[in-house]
Design a protein around this ligand. Structure first.
Ligand SMILES: Nc1ncnc2c1ncn2[C@@H]1O[C@H](COP(=O)(O)OP(=O)(O)OP(=O)(O)O)[C@@H](O)[C@H]1O
Length: 434
């Protein structure tokens, strides 16, 4: 919508030209001063903010917010000559975006704001990827400078957060990111796929008390933005999952991601092709509302050994060094972050990792109990209540260390419920002998 002020501007320009032509001596002083007030009102100097895409290595939050916010300002009736349009097979609606060179007008209270996306092709001699610099300009009357900085931009960021939440709710697509070594060297960016893991807390066989307490802990964590801010703590939470292979550590991470609708960043340290600087860059490019997973950290000892090996110029950190990097980065730019470590051998861990405040919650993932088995039987065989073989299975589970993964495997071996359970009994009896 064009404001009254914008409509009257050409008229004032014509009057100004007429005044200049007539000369000051023909115009009464009172009319002159009235006219100068009017001119000032209509032609206050414009002020322009430059909003770059990145701040050093980090993404500029205002830029990201503007990109999303302006989508809501592009209406089909606007005067834009070009817009970007896209749709993935998971989206129900088209998504539209502003393109370089186009101007989007916005109105906030009585301020008229002019957004423009600009591109500056810059020779980046050192960089491997020659990506043009892209930035927004935001122009408005100079006298609104304070309002724009203190009220309008925070409003754009708040709207951005709301829109992001709404969009995530709509799409419910959770991404699983792994580091992509093919892009930009070993510290490279993340490559993602959609996480289609069906794990949920309901389907997970684990100690019911532990499960309830974890869910309550997650609920508390996501609600506590203000509290973390008030006490001056970084809004992050660390979980250590430990237990033998096949007890559901990966499934639990997927269940947490599905429950919170957080993306997962899987940082595989065992590849070992990164330096301190690479890691910093990689970690900086993870987003808020995400889970950083570092699996099998008992290989930390190996990392420490490699640190001592001066022949290697790529490995320059220890696990506790890595945690310091994470703490440092997240304290400056991270919000609503979860970090999950998994290990098969808690006893082998560097004590620095276990000290209070580092991993907030330690979660044991244990061999299968009768309760866990009943849940698996209900998931896999739809058995609700009791079965004649349950007493025998219970007796065996008390004496045999078997993982939920092994039980799940047995339960899948036949379509017939009784056959499956009989097969499981044989399997447990065999295991008991060994
Ligand atoms: N506690 C559990 N509840 C339900 N299913 C489970 C559980 N543990 C394992 N499973 C089943 O076994 C499969 C393998 O488990 P998962 O990969 O989560 O174990 P893990 O502890 O992460 O193993 P690893 O340490 O080898 O990575 C899962 O896909 C799931 O089908």
């Amino acid at each position: 919508m064009v404001s009254l002020k914008a409509m009257l501007r050409p008229l004032i320009t014509i009057f100004s030209a007429a005044f200049v032509l007539l000369g000051n001596e023909f115009i009464p002083p009172a009319l002159r001063s009235l006219f100068s007030i009017v001119v000032n009102y209509f032609f206050t100097p414009q002020f322009t903010l430059i909003i770059e895409e990145n701040v050093g290595l980090s993404t500029n939050q205002i830029y990201a917010a503007a990109t999303t916010y302006l989508r809501t300002k592009i209406s089909y009736s606007s005067k834009l000559k070009r817009i970007k349009v896209s749709k993935t097979n998971r989206q129900e609606e088209l998504s539209i975006d502003i393109v370089v060179g186009e101007v989007v007008m916005d109105h906030f209270e009585n301020i008229e704001l002019k957004w423009k996306l600009n591109e500056e092709k810059e020779e980046k001699k050192k960089a491997k990827v020659n990506k043009p610099r892209v930035y927004f300009t935001l122009a408005f009357d100079k006298r609104y400078e304070k309002d724009v900085l203190e009220t309008y931009l925070p409003y754009v960021i708040t709207r951005f957060e709301e829109i992001q939440k709404e969009e995530k709710e709509k799409m419910r697509t959770i991404k699983l990111y792994s580091r992509d070594y093919s892009r930009g060297g070993p510290g490279g960016d993340w490559a993602s796929i959609n996480l289609e893991h069906p794990a949920t807390f309901e389907k997970l066989a684990m100690d019911p008390k532990q499960k309830r307490s974890l869910i309550a802990d997650l609920d508390r964590f996501v609600k506590r933005k203000e509290l973390y801010k008030k006490v001056g703590k970084v809004w992050k939470r660390g979980y250590l999952l430990y237990g033998p292979p096949g007890t559901g550590k990966s499934s639990l991470i997927a269940a947490i991601a599905n429950y919170l609708n957080f993306n997962i960043y899987d940082l595989n340290l065992s590849g070992g092709r990164y330096s301190d600087a690479d890691l910093r860059r990689t970690l900086l490019s993870t987003s808020n509302r995400s889970i950083l997973v570092i699996e099998d950290i008992d290989c930390g000892a190996e990392l420490e050994d490699r640190e001592k090996n001066n022949n290697s110029d790529t490995i320059k950190f220890t696990l506790s060094g890595l945690l310091n990097i994470i703490d440092g980065l997240w304290s400056s730019c991270g919000d609503e972050r979860i970090i999950v470590f998994t290990t098969n051998h808690k006893d082998k861990l560097d004590p620095a990792l276990l000290r209070p405040g580092r991993m907030d919650v330690h979660i044991p993932m244990l061999y299968c109990t009768m309760d866990g088995f009943k849940l698996l039987a209900s998931n896999y065989l739809n058995i609700e209540g009791d079965h004649q073989l349950y007493r025998q299975i219970e007796g065996l589970l008390e004496n045999v260390k078997v993982t939920p993964a092994e039980i799940a495997e047995e339960l899948l071996k036949s379509d017939d419920l009784d056959d499956s359970l009989r097969g499981l009994v044989v399997f447990l009896e065999e295991k008991k002998k060994t």
